[in-house]
Design a protein around this ligand. Structure first.
Ligand code: SAM
Length: 383
């Protein structure tokens, strides 16, 4: 049994914790931007294959306190690195610092790298090469004031890179964020799903993956742990072989956009996953959307307005509010945006709100319950 730490985006910790519980992880504990858990090596492989909202799965190998750079260097050198890699492996160090003493991540990365290289050189007179882009072994250093956690990164490349997005819309969301948005709604494929203004289709694709039981590992990408000396290829292949078979959808998942190029990109991304038949992908101006007479879940990420006039963005959000109210009575809508000013023009009363981040940009994820008639009648149950 090992202790692990899965990293995620701020605001998605509970979603990731639920995902971990659902695959059988133990001691699941959400913390800031991550979730601690424990399990076997198989659980760590499984976490990489199955988790939709994890960015990386880390295996902590040392924890210590260091108050200056010399102490950091010494402590890193005390770890027996030959357990985890050989001089033949290329490696890279990623540091994240929340510290008044160690303010500079790059500096922590350099001292850690020096200590590892020097240990190999002292013991074997040969040194591993550093490769920042395609390292075989990735080492993660987390610094909280003077407390260090040194981990092996079992994922290698970030898990948001599922491999299905061959092309991207310029304003695209990360797959991890898109899946988090879908999971925060609680939708599990039990009613129609519409992603208007879909861009590259990331939200719709992640929704269809959830409903069809398709996990990120299906794309066959590689993982950091496959380079580790103790990599158990049979165990990993067995886990791959026993992943669920995709099931058909009970309700449609629909992606629409006004832009023909966005539709072409969405189709090409869905095709890569063999999902182009699962999704309905159509060119449509949402402001002219056809009315939907069955309760539907709508998740949308409209333009924030950087490239639009203020009056145009206000009119667009006002239009979105009107379409939601008049064309989707009885449905549930979620809107993800960084434009808090424009949101007021939606003209509907929010039911719930989450704060999330798209990169550095603070965003709101807002839920509107769309009811027939007035809100008062709806709450009173008379409609
Ligand atoms: C922020 S992007 C969406 C990005 C998307 N979430 C992704 O991950 O790729 C906004 C999209 O809204 C589309 N759009 C703008 N106005 C629209 C309208 N009236 N009807 C439908 N789509 C519209 C744009 O073409 C653009 O693709």
């Amino acid at each position: 049994m090992n202790q692990y730490h899965a990293k995620t985006l701020k605001g998605l910790e509970q979603v990731l914790a639920n995902e971990l519980r659902s695959i059988g992880a133990l001691d699941v504990e959400p913390v800031n931007r991550g979730v601690n858990f424990s399990g076997s090596v198989a659980m760590m492989y499984k976490a990489n294959l199955y988790l939709r909202t994890a960015l990386r799965v880390l295996l902590p190998v040392a924890r210590f306190k260091a108050t200056d750079e010399e102490m950091l260097y010494r402590k890193i050198k005390e770890i027996d690195w030959s357990q985890y890699m050989s001089y033949k492996n290329s490696f890279a160090v990623d540091a994240v610092t929340f510290s008044r003493v160690f303010r500079n991540n790059h500096f922590v990365e350099l001292r850690t790298k020096d200590a590892i290289v020097d240990q190999f050189r002292d013991n074997t007179s040969l040194r591993p090469a550093v490769d920042l882009k395609n390292a075989e072994i990735r080492i993660n250093v987390h610094v909280q004031e003077t407390f260090f956690t040194v981990s092996l990164d079992s994922s290698g490349e970030s898990l948001h890179k599922r491999g299905y997005r061959k092309e991207m819309h310029p304003a695209t969301l990360s797959e991890v964020l898109a899946s988090g948005l879908v999971q925060l709604t609680g939708w599990k494929g039990d009613q129609p799903f519409i992603n208007p203004m879909c861009g590259s289709g990331t939200i719709a694709i992640e929704a269809a993956m959830i409903a069809a039981d398709i996990y990120p590992g299906i794309t066959g990408r590689s993982y950091g742990f496959q380079q580790w000396p103790d990599y158990d290829q049979r165990l990993f292949e067995n886990l791959l072989d026993t992943m669920p078979q995709p099931k058909s959808l009970s309700y449609p998942v629909i992606a629409t956009d006004i832009d023909g190029e966005a539709i072409r990109i969405t189709k090409s991304n869905a095709r890569f996953l063999g999902m182009d038949k699962l999704l309905v992908i159509e060119k449509e101006d949402f402001l002219d959307a056809a009315a939907m007479d069955v309760p539907t879940l709508i998740v949308m990420n409209p333009p924030y307005g950087e490239r639009l006039e203020v009056t145009d963005i206000e009119a667009l959000y006002e239009g979105i509010g009107g379409v939601l109210k008049h064309k989707f009575p009885g449905s549930n809508a979620w809107l993800f945006t960084a434009n808090m000013g424009a949101v007021k023009f939606i003209g509907l009363k929010p039911e719930k709100k989450f704060t999330l981040y798209n990169g550095q940009l603070e965003c709101r994820y807002i839920n509107y319950t769309l009811f027939k008639g007035s809100r008062k009648q709806f709450k009173g149950g008379s409609v």
